[in-house]
Design a protein around this ligand. Structure first.
Ligand code: AP5
Ligand code: ZN
Length: 217
């Protein structure tokens, strides 16, 4: 399976992608997670990226394309396929992905847009809690951890992302509509696009995703 999840902040990409990874034994490549890893390691790239992320803007195409290229080449789990989460976010990123896949003689199966009204995303984003080491995601209201502010599996503390506030969210949403909107059209033209109602519960979204992956191309 080679698929892409596209959707605005809080649409549920990071909630659904690990399920796809586990069911189809593919790699889950999330450029946002990779950038946050750089930030936590305080690398030069991470320090630069933090400013851009906290402003709700996009880091440069070259940086994220380089990260995806490296993973596709070196992450053994990607041999079996992949689910891309948060990449590509611009048309140049989508074009670079096409040429990377052409070199690998691989083709995308599907591009799934998680569609949801901006208004519903405010509560999802402001209530989100994450376990940084694993990327596991919780929600204060919709998916609370068993113990307050603690990861169910490791018992380690949960944190709130620094870009998960209302002001930065507004900017992230407008960045999404302006820069990632055209990526949706890019894949519609190629006949790979599927739209899916992301306002449903995570289990309903998952059922509908499974149907997309079973559908003949
Ligand atoms: P990134 O980490 O990709 O953030 P994002 O796209 O803004 O998406 P989120 O992670 O906020 O949302 P999600 O769809 O994963 O939602 P989740 O499943 O967690 O990128 C961060 C930043 O990095 C960008 O702003 C940019 O600066 C930079 N960046 C990253 N990639 C880049 C690229 N390719 N190019 C340039 N820059 C890049 O769900 C959210 C919450 O809702 C959770 O609490 C969850 O529990 C809950 N929830 C999920 N589904 C449901 C549901 N169905 N019902 C109720 N609650 C739900
Ligand atoms: Zn995410």
């Amino acid at each position: 399976l080679r698929t892409i999840l596209i959707g605005p902040p809080g649409a549920g990409k990071g909630t659904q992608a690990p399920r796809i990874r586990d069911k189809y034994c593919v790699c889950h490549l999330a450029t946002g997670d990779m950038l946050r890893e750089q930030i936590s390691q305080k690398t030069v790239l991470g320090l630069e990226a933090k400013k851009v992320i906290d402003a709700g803007e996009l880091v440069s195409d070259d940086i994220v394309v380089g990260m995806i290229k490296d993973q596709l080449q070196n992450n053994k789990a990607c041999k079996n396929g992949f689910v891309l989460d948060g990449f590509p976010r611009t048309v140049p990123q989508a074009e670079k992905l096409d040429s990377m896949l052409a070199e690998r003689k691989e083709k995308l199966d599907s591009v799934v847009q998680l569609q949801i009204n901006d208004q519903l995303l405010i509560s999802r984003i402001t209530g989100r809690l994450i376990h940084p080491a694993s990327g596991r995601t919780y929600h204060r209201e919709f998916h609370p951890p068993k113990k307050t502010m603690v990861d169910d599996v490791t018992g380690e503390p949960l944190i709130q992302r620094s870009d998960d506030n209302v002001d930065t969210l507004r900017k992230r949403l407008s960045t999404f509509h302006q820069q990632t909107g055209p990526v949706v059209d890019y894949y519609k033209v190629k006949g790979l696009w599927h739209g899916l109602d992301a306002a449903q519960s995570p289990s309903v979204v998952w059922d509908n995703l499974s149907k997309v992956f079973k559908a003949p191309p």
